[in-house]
Design a protein around this ligand. Structure first.
Ligand SMILES: *Cc1c(COP(=O)(O)O)cnc(C)c1O
Length: 403
């Protein structure tokens, strides 16, 4: 038992941290949306800036995305299709996937969420269906996102599963030397900060035929030409040994999740995914409003506006780094983890920040190790300089009190 995960232990350890978070008024916050990452608490006049939003480009409330979401609903006359997509689908689903495919330069299949994509794709990779029916040894980066990690027991039923230290290329290469077929599972951009060594991983792919599965939930839209993300920006054209899953509700500003695979002649992968990748087949599709939102967001990604928003985000990241010392300095990514250490101290700092008008997410076990808690800050293009200055002042002052 508990070879791959230990939920009992997670509950025992972190339930009390969640309770402190709740008692500090920092979870289950009901809000009204004031736009630009500003919120007001319901039944209160407390207004605050969300410093832990993954809407990195502010697209979550972009008027054109909202407009097309509504238009799609009106023209299709139904929020869902009420039959599995493999049997019957609205024309709109194919249109949204084609638009995404043209933007990304890959074949694209959508699904209700990135978590559902992971649930569907990982067992299929483990089975060998995407590697000439030879199951690869499946290697997970220790810090890979929960939605990937939680699939280890299912994958281990199909093939050998190994977990290695974070970004440990040496260990990965040793495994590549030992086994004929290896697949590596990683985040492109990690949700607690940092990124995968994509260039080096592609070298291992070249050398050993390493199969790569990346989760680009944070990379899509946020970075790269046309917002194609960190991995594709390095890789250029996707190949038949690389699969990318992503969320369409973070930087992208719409809804749902997707998988990017190579285009024809690798098209067989598409057929296999649509028939055998779990939720792609037997769970709901992205709803009609979400599909309309995807069409609008894709159109926006083709315009100058995207580049401007990306540049604005980069300026905000640089400005933030110039004011607050952090380990992720200069990586050009919007996620900043400010380690405090004690879980209680972290939550207490977050509480004071909230009282001063800034929401931040306290992050603790099992997301990161015990005693290494901290605040996850996520920068956006639509944060003002004065907000960053004020926030930095508070963080630096509060952090100094605990050192
Ligand atoms: C948020 C997140 C997900 C989940 O995305 P959904 O589309 O909401 O399921 C998956 N992977 C990573 C790395 C994330 O940060």
């Amino acid at each position: 038992m508990n070879t791959w995960s230990n939920i009992k232990k997670a509950v025992q350890i972190s339930n009390s941290f969640w309770q402190v978070t709740q008692n500090s008024g920092l979870s289950n916050l009901a809000i009204t949306n004031l736009g630009n990452g500003h919120h007001q608490q319901v039944n209160s006049d407390h207004r605050f800036v969300n410093m832990s939003s993954y809407s990195y480009l502010g697209l979550d409330s972009h008027p054109e995305i909202l407009r097309q979401a509504i238009a799609a609903l009106q023209s299709n006359g139904s929020l869902n299709t009420s039959t599995s997509r493999i049997r019957i689908q609205f024309e709109l689903l194919g249109q949204a996937e084609q638009a995404l495919a043209d933007l990304i330069g890959a074949d694209v299949i959508t699904v209700a969420s990135c978590a559902a994509a992971a649930q569907g794709i990982l067992p299929l990779v483990a089975s060998g269906a995407l590697t000439e029916n030879q199951p690869p040894v499946l290697v997970f980066d220790k810090n890979a996102h929960f939605c990937l990690n939680i699939m280890k027991p299912v994958c281990a039923d199909e093939t050998e599963v190994i977990t290695i230290a974070h970004n440990d290329l040496e260990q990965l290469e040793a495994i590549c030397k030992k086994y004929p077929r290896v697949a590596y599972v990683a985040d492109g951009v990690y949700s607690t900060g940092g990124k995968a060594p994509v260039k080096e991983l592609l070298q291992l792919q070249e050398k050993y035929g390493l199969f790569l599965l990346f989760d680009e939930a944070h990379g899509l839209s946020t970075v790269g030409k046309l917002g194609r993300g960190l991995v594709l920006d390095t890789l250029g054209e996707i190949n038949d040994r690389t699969v990318i899953i992503t969320s369409l509700n973070k930087g992208f500003g719409a809804s749902g999740g997707a998988v990017f695979i190579g285009r024809r002649p690798y098209n067989e992968q598409r057929t296999l995914i649509s028939r055998f990748a779990g939720p792609f087949l037997w769970s709901q599709r992205i709803n009609t409003a979400g599909l309309g939102g995807i069409l609008a967001s894709v159109a926006l990604h083709h315009t100058q506006e995207l580049t401007q928003l990306q540049n604005q985000l980069q300026q905000n990241i640089e400005y933030f780094d110039s004011l607050i010392a952090n380990d992720n300095h200069n990586d050009g990514l919007p996620i900043r983890f400010i380690q405090i250490g004690s879980e209680e101290a972290t939550i207490s700092i977050a509480k004071t920040l909230f009282e001063r008008g800034f929401y931040t997410s306290p992050i603790f076990f099992p997301v990161i190790a015990r005693g290494k808690a901290g605040l996850r800050i996520m920068l956006r293009s639509n944060i003002s300089r004065s907000e960053i200055v004020e926030f930095a002042g508070h963080v630096n002052q509060l952090r100094a009190n605990y050192e």
